[in-house]
Design a binder for this molecule. Structure first.
Ligand SMILES: [Zn+2]
Length: 460
């Protein structure tokens, strides 16, 4: 499957790096699901690309059942120009200081290696993975890779035109601004699941048609199986499938190189980049089956409030299962003045899944389901390292117990940038679970402040 990206909300932090990217991996996987192979790429000219865009526009209009309001300008862009664009967007949306703080927080969760340069990691990821993108600021479709296998160019174009259509009907730029004002990173990231999910879904429907079948020619149970399988693919299965679906030749080589680069990034970046496509696609499919395209349109008018709602589309049905606020105690006074707060935010259900994917993949799906809300804060001491205080709220006590058990099994030494002497404590009070990781006695004091109402306490 080639990887398609629309507006990219990097790292679930809600910052839009680029709009409407087509990533190489999801698209490559798509081909594995539908029509593997296809001719090798030849390095398409702008004129040929424009003709392709014209054909794809008509196909998109047939599938989606509405017209593009305006033609979409197409521009071929070099890798260097795209890199400059990513740099500019990142400078605006993920300033150096913020990138550093966010990286530290992710190191505390054991999601990034100690000292990881997040800005650099994201830049390289984009440059290696993007096949094309749509920029709602200029209403233009930029093609980065013209050398892809023939059939993948078609889907790449259709994917980006889907973003152009979204922009023409719902104003992606305004939606992005609204998303950026969201209460936390989890809430800010959901918009990407909607626009990437829909664009990926339309790409998939187009692929099916090319194979001679409309989506409605397939029994609903079988449809469910196809999209669920794609949603649940492991990282290994995704990369293997994307690689094996490629024809020999330079176009296929380009995708294989992208997949190889992707296989080397930390899981947090991998899933942050991929989830909106395949998990978003599943959500869009479910909403369309239940409510038609009108239901999908409604997601653009009122985007989901949490990744929980996206991952469990039944929670999007009114009344939606809204995330619950989680308050953290005041810790600065308890820790002492040498401890400085670095970052606070919400991981969300998708973030919890990524957390377990890094620490205990088997527990990933069960432990993260039933999420109700969470908040975390990370402190740093000049000589003692990091301290993570993370409070989660679950839909009921049994969900909390499941999460508590999985959390208790996480290796303390994988947390807080793998610093020697890190301790980890877990406590539960009803449907609320607290974890504190860091060096004692600071961690012990923070934990004591958090467990006043806890029923079960486990320390290691
Ligand atoms: Zn996209």
């Amino acid at each position: 499957m080639s990887v398609w990206k629309a507006i990219r909300l990097c790292c679930r932090c809600g910052r839009t790096v680029a709009w409407a990217l087509v990533l190489l991996l999801p698209a490559a996987i798509l081909f594995g699901q539908t029509s593997p192979g296809g001719g090798a790429g030849r390095g398409e000219t702008l004129e040929a690309m424009k003709a392709r865009v014209e054909r794809s526009a008509r196909q998109l209009e047939r599938i989606r059942g509405r017209k593009l309001k305006r033609p979409v300008p197409v521009v071929l862009q070099t890798a260097a120009e795209f890199r400059a664009y990513v740099d500019k967007e990142l400078a605006h949306q993920l300033p150096e200081d913020l990138a550093m703080k966010e990286s530290v927080a992710l190191q505390a969760f054991g999601l990034l290696p100690a000292g990881y340069d997040l800005r650099k990691g994201i830049t390289e990821l984009y440059v290696s993975q993007a096949g094309a993108y749509y920029d709602p600021d200029t209403d233009t479709f930029y093609v980065l890779k013209t050398n892809l296998p023939e059939v993948q160019l078609d889907t790449l174009v259709l994917h980006e035109l889907a973003h152009a259509m979204q922009d023409q009907y719902f104003d992606l730029g305004a939606l992005r601004e609204a998303a950026l004002a969201g209460p936390n990173e989890d809430a800010r990231s959901t918009l990407a699941y909607v626009y990437e999910g829909e664009a990926s879904y339309l790409m998939m429907l187009a692929q099916m048609l090319q194979g001679g079948k409309g989506i409605d020619d397939i029994p609903v149970m079988q449809q469910e199986m196809v999209f669920q399988t794609m949603r649940d693919m492991t990282r290994e299965a995704l990369t293997a499938s994307a690689t094996s679906a490629q024809p020999p030749g330079s176009g296929g080589d380009e995708v294989r190189a992208a997949v190889k680069a992707l296989s080397e990034v930390p899981g947090y970046l991998f899933w942050g980049l991929q989830d909106p496509y395949l998990k978003g696609q599943y959500c869009i499919h479910r909403v369309r089956v239940a409510q038609g395209w009108e239901g999908v349109d409604a997601l653009f008018r009122t985007p989901p409030a949490s990744t929980e709602q996206v991952l469990h589309p039944e929670k999007l049905v009114a009344p939606r299962d809204e995330p619950k606020p989680v308050d953290l105690p005041e810790l600065s006074g308890i820790l002492g003045e040498s401890w400085a707060e670095v970052y606070r935010n919400t991981l969300g259900e998708a973030g919890v899944m990524t957390f377990f994917d890094a620490h205990d993949p088997v527990a990933k799906v069960e432990a993260s389901a039933g999420w109700g809300g969470d908040s975390y804060v990370v402190f740093r001491h000049p000589s003692q390292g990091l301290l993570l205080f993370w409070k989660t709220l679950w839909d009921d006590e049994s969900e909390a117990i499941q999460f508590e058990k999985a959390l208790a099994a996480v290796d303390a030494h994988a947390l807080c940038a793998r610093r020697e002497g890190t301790t980890k404590r877990v406590a539960r009070a009803g449907a609320e679970v607290l974890m504190v990781a860091g060096p004692d006695p600071a961690a012990e004091r923070a934990f004591a402040a958090g467990v006043a109402r806890a029923e079960t306490v486990k320390a290691e």
